[in-house]
Design a protein around this ligand. Structure first.
Ligand SMILES: Cc1ncc(COP(=O)(O)O)c(C=O)c1O
Length: 415
């Protein structure tokens, strides 16, 4: 059976948040990079788990069996989502930041004074501060690669100059949560492998828009968060097979020391994990039903990308008419495949906070600020100037919503 083709109108009715009115007016959500809206199927999965199967792992009764089986299913869904070679590479935890701080302690156990770590100015600081602090504890040196202001990705030439035979780890994002630019992480991995450095990847902003493939990237670790791709607040992480048993995570005795559970502390948010499984199924729904979950994700994401690129093209084309608008990101129509539909803009003479507040009063949800992309905002010299307005589109957004946003921006962008 060939599934129906994706269109935002085919999914919008399934998101309670998208169909609600606030003060008699519909809401347009352009805040997706801060957290996406959630479909009913995800909400149902969470309520069903808590309402009927709430238990801990390993209980010798129906809800314990259910929870244990669900955890295994979650690892399988997560493995399909990032194309991991095995579900045993997939670890769950509260969020990307907590997982990264926790893993940074395990990874840095064998670092010594004078060892080097490379972080990026493009990254959310969850993937910077964690490594800076781990390095500080060991006397290791931290270097930060600059942003290339021609494409708002990382400066690959600068990166090459920072890598030495003392480099232990490179931490980098797959996509900027501010400029939307993608990073060629496969290339970073290639450079890292030449000196035996590990690569830790942040997939949080990339995952709702592009399908992660850890085998194609060749990275050692990759962390992600489900609330950015239509799921609940839960994080997960890929640990390459060679590190699953060999790294020594900080653990409570006598918790399991086998498999991915080694990296999980305390009791998981099982209701969120139920929602995570449903979110992956939601994302895969436009694939051929007889295909594997991974194949269905590949088929579905191809459709999301076509739509998201059309949204980007429309927004860029509208904004081109206004010299007061500056977009910090790729605007060339032929390069849209190199970005997500996330736009960082500033409007001459107006503070980002003022614009976001005015739009918010009209139920147009956009973010303002730095989004923890501190290195980027420092390099662009906008950290103390209110950062940027971030207009983030998801596959549920429509051309009509962008037109409504455009109209609301007119008082600020017209000369
Ligand atoms: C690119 C990026 N990385 C990491 C994070 C942190 O994720 P979490 O909230 O799951 O810790 C965010 C959150 O906004 C993000 O946008």
């Amino acid at each position: 059976m060939i599934p129906a083709a994706f269109s935002p109108h085919a999914v919008r009715g399934r998101f309670p948040a998208l169909t609600q009115t606030i003060d008699g007016q519909s809401v347009a959500f352009f805040d997706g990079p801060g957290g996406a809206q959630v479909p009913q199927s995800v909400l149902d999965a969470m309520v069903t788990y808590l309402g009927h199967y709430n238990a801990n792992l390993g209980g010798q009764f129906f809800s314990g069996h259910h929870t244990t089986a669900m955890m295994q299913q979650a690892r399988e869904s997560a493995a399909a989502f990032v194309n991991a070679p095995s579900p045993n590479c997939m670890v769950f935890g509260p969020n990307m930041t907590t997982l990264t701080f926790s893993l940074s302690r395990a990874i840095s156990r064998d670092w010594h004074a004078g060892d080097e770590v490379v972080v990026s100015a493009l990254d959310h600081y969850s993937n910077v501060s964690s490594w800076q602090q781990a390095a500080h504890d060991k006397g290791a040196i931290v270097k930060q690669v600059r942003v290339d202001e021609s494409n708002y990705s990382i400066d690959m030439t600068h990166l090459a100059s920072l890598i030495t035979d003392k480099t232990k780890l490179i931490a980098v994002t797959l996509a900027s949560n501010t400029t939307g630019s993608l990073v060629d992480v496969a290339k970073v991995v290639e450079m890292a492998k030449k000196v035996g450095a590990k690569v830790y990847v942040d997939a949080v902003h990339y995952a709702p828009h592009h399908l992660v493939d850890v085998q194609a990237l060749g990275c050692d670790f990759l962390a992600c968060s489900a609330y950015k791709f239509f799921g609940p607040h839960v994080g997960f992480m890929y640990v390459a097979p060679k590190w699953v048993q060999t790294l020594q995570p900080y653990k409570v005795e006598p918790a399991t020391n086998q498999g991915p559970g080694r990296f999980e502390t305390g009791t998981q948010s099982f209701e969120a994990i139920a929602g995570f499984i449903a979110a992956v199924d939601y994302l895969a729904q436009w694939g051929e039903p007889t295909h594997s979950l991974r194949e269905r994700l590949v088929e579905s994401y191809a459709q999301y990308q076509t739509h998201e690129q059309a949204l980007s093209a429309h927004f860029i084309q509208l904004m081109r008419a206004y010299p007061k608008v500056r977009i910090y990101g790729i605007t060339d129509d032929k390069q849209l495949v190199q970005r997500t539909p996330t736009f960082a803009i500033r409007i001459e003479g107006v503070s980002p906070a003022e614009v976001a507040k005015t739009l918010g009063e009209q139920n147009l949800c956009v973010w303002n600020g730095h989004f923890y992309a501190q290195g980027l905002c420092e390099q662009l010299d906008i950290l103390d100037k209110g950062g940027v307005i971030r207009i983030g589109m998801m596959h549920y957004n429509t051309i009509d919503e962008i037109d409504r946003l455009h109209q609301a921006l007119l008082p600020f962008i017209n000369d």
